[in-house]
Design a protein around this ligand. Sequence first.
Ligand code: UD1
Length: 427
Amino acid sequence: MSSIEVIGGKQLKGELNIQGSKNAALPVIAATILNKGTTVLKNCPKILDVYHMVKILKELGCSTSWDGNTLYVDSRNAVVTAVPEESVTKMRSSILFLGSLLGRHKEVTIAYPGGCSIGKRPIDYHLKAIKKMNVTQEFIGDNDSMIHCYSDRILGAEIFLEFPSVGATQNVILTAVLSEGTTRIFNAAREPEVIEVCNYLIAAGAKISGKGTAFIEIEGVKQLHDVEFQLSSDRIVAGTYMAAVAAAGGDVVLLNTPNLHLESTVRALRRTGCVIETTENRIVIHSRQRLLPIDVLKTQPYPGFPTDMQSQLMSVLCLAEGESTIIEDIFESRFQNVNDLRKMGAIITLDNKQNKAIITGVRELQGAVVDAHDLRGGAALLIAGLAAKGKTIICDSTSIERGYEDICRDLSAIGAQTRYCSENAAG
Ligand code: UD1
């Protein structure tokens, strides 16, 4: 089992390039099934989640290859309509093949994705919406663990989402682009990663309007065509590295940042006293003094503060001068770092009924042996380790590689003392 070691207390200084966006790459990779041709996907991050989606593409009959960070997908021979069960249960985003396979073949068999460490993560909104598009759904297999969806004609429909779910919005769009008629999504998710999959599909010939708003309209077209598409950079990776500078102190320039999409993260870090300058696709962050607390920080759908940045901000606020409150309003089990942070000397009180964490800042954290429970939580522990006195070992760090190309390389480039180490290094 891999782990990461970090010796804390080093100020961060230098320049860092931000990788391509994971949460944009995953739905776009699922969407490549729809064009029955070739996709050239530039700035694609080389991370475990992307490798996993590419493996599924191959299982479905696509051929794929890489040149640096450019991914080539040829989906002409993608004739398979069933996603292997093991591939879905391993990774939640694979549920996006529900929409793209339905769109391409009018049929899909896919396992029901289980919960994951951050919460239950049901797909009832996805299924309810797709059913309205003249799609029959049957639960099959042991314990009804698989869903078989099929239709002779997928028809446009008016869909109202109870909650602006990112995954459900993307799945409806993927199902609708090659359907008959017009689909209207009310209360659609406005996340940049929904805009990104729309931009990809539009570049391939889809007719979609309203991306980035709560009302999206998709007019079905007969077919898509070959496409070359550049993914935007990752707002959560950029936010993670900003949080690292906030906690450890220092002056860092981030390059290729998606500034428009980082607004709520920049605002939160400014409240802690960090000085942040944003120009086009570049961010300069200075953190030179004891941080200030944030009275209430609440996760919300975009453009609110992202749930994917909540753990990183918790690590930052552990060091603030005073009391902060974080409310996690998207997922029910996303405070898993609390015990590990406590091991490092953090003072945190949990109110699980209200998904609320009250953090009383301390002057200093101490290094400890901790466990990465999930992707962002693991990165957040690394942030705490950068600021802590002495050595921190983050065990089971593979989950961090799901979303960061090489977090040790990046942080070392700006002066952190961190490295991957083998299992027994923790002992
Ligand atoms: C969510 C985040 C997204 C983030 C991703 C990975 C939001 C709104 N979405 O997207 O920004 O990048 O996790 O961490 O912040 N839900 C249902 N039924 C459904 C679908 C969702 O009840 O069919 C609930 C979920 O349990 C959750 C909420 O709706 O409480 C948000 O879900 P959704 O946006 O769909 O999650 P993801 O697409 O995974």
